[in-house]
Ligand binder design. Structure first.
Ligand code: ZN
Length: 312
């Protein structure tokens, strides 16, 4: 059993910046790079295996050819998508559909539940989570009259914050934020409002009707309880378990051993460097521990985020 090191894919965006190069030392396509698709089997930006027995193979191909590596997790696509997002400017105010809506209206696509771990942000930064409408009718009225100041709910953010975004939850990452996102492998976004910005001289498309159909009203927080525990060699923070994934953070000091029990485990190194069973890893590395990898020994000073799919 070997680690599956993943080679990420980068995406430019009108709101992107250059922190993926400055902070993570990635080679990025331009100074307007918004996203690193770090662990992705999605056809819109598919990562490949970097080194080892499967060197160069696309993750989606490995998923189909070697299902035992993923514990025969059901489904014809790699279910999760891990991204790092550099929002130099505000992202559009948006919402994602659930599986039921997406399968009917988006050609059988998965819906999108996502969560954010704030890697860094500038002082005074806010994000958008939810809205202030009391019910569906008021939500629709506020959107149609473009009463954005009254409608949109903003909250302050700081480094280390965590947010769960269920389908139907209005949200936006605001400028000055660097985030690690774990989500269902879906690329369906309904844009409600884009600050009247132009991209290549034109406004980006809005999806007002789909947004009104999918935004939950009134807003109810979907945050779970965050639990921190001291382990031998690591501090463990359990961030979320939802129907699609579990996400955990580990701050490793010295040596920490564990056995991950899930179908498979995605690992992203956020800080530091060290080794995993002798394989050198450092900040910006992303890899998958395949099914039944067994005991795993981390050495060094490392901060990592792990995610695994929940039972299908
Ligand atoms: Zn989103």
């Amino acid at each position: 059993m070997e680690l599956l090191m993943i080679k990420p894919v980068f995406k430019e965006a009108i709101w992107g910046g250059k922190k993926l190069r400055e902070v993570f030392h990635y080679t990025i396509p331009s100074d307007k790079t918004g996203e690193c698709w770090a662990i992705s089997g999605h056809p819109n930006g598919e990562g490949s295996i970097d080194g080892g027995s499967f060197d160069g193979m696309k993750l989606g191909t490995l998923w189909k050819d070697r299902p035992e590596l993923f514990g025969h997790y059901p489904g014809n696509q790699f279910p999760l998508l891990v991204k790092i997002i550099d929002a130099q400017q505000d992202l559009s105010i948006q919402v994602h559909p659930d599986d039921a809506y997406a399968s009917v209206h988006e050609h059988g696509s998965l819906g999108k539940t996502e969560c954010w771990y704030v890697l860094d942000c500038e002082p005074g930064t806010e994000i958008v989570i939810g809205h202030h409408a009391r019910d569906k009718a008021e939500m629709e009225a506020m959107i149609r009259s473009q009463s954005w100041d009254k409608f949109i709910r903003k909250v302050p953010v700081k480094k280390g914050d965590f947010f769960q975004i269920d389908p139907g939850c209005l949200h936006a990452i605001k400028g000055g934020t660097l985030i690690l996102e774990t989500q269902q492998s879906s690329d369906i976004t309904y844009r409600v409002y884009d600050y009247d910005r132009l991209s290549d001289g034109k406004p980006r498309p809005l999806h007002v009707e789909q947004s009104i159909a999918t935004i939950n009203a009134p807003f109810v927080s979907c945050q779970g309880e965050i639990v921190k525990e001291e382990l031998c060699g690591a501090v463990h923070t359990h961030l979320i378990t939802c129907p699609y994934y579990s996400v955990d953070k580990y701050e490793i000091h010295g040596e920490w051993e564990t056995e991950f029990a899930s179908y498979f485990t995605n690992v992203s190194v956020l800080e530091g460097e060290g080794t995993v069973d002798g394989v050198p890893v450092k900040k910006g590395c992303h890899f998958i521990l395949p099914h039944r990898y067994g005991n795993c020994k981390f050495r060094g000073e490392l901060s990592i985020i792990c995610s695994s799919p929940e039972k299908a």
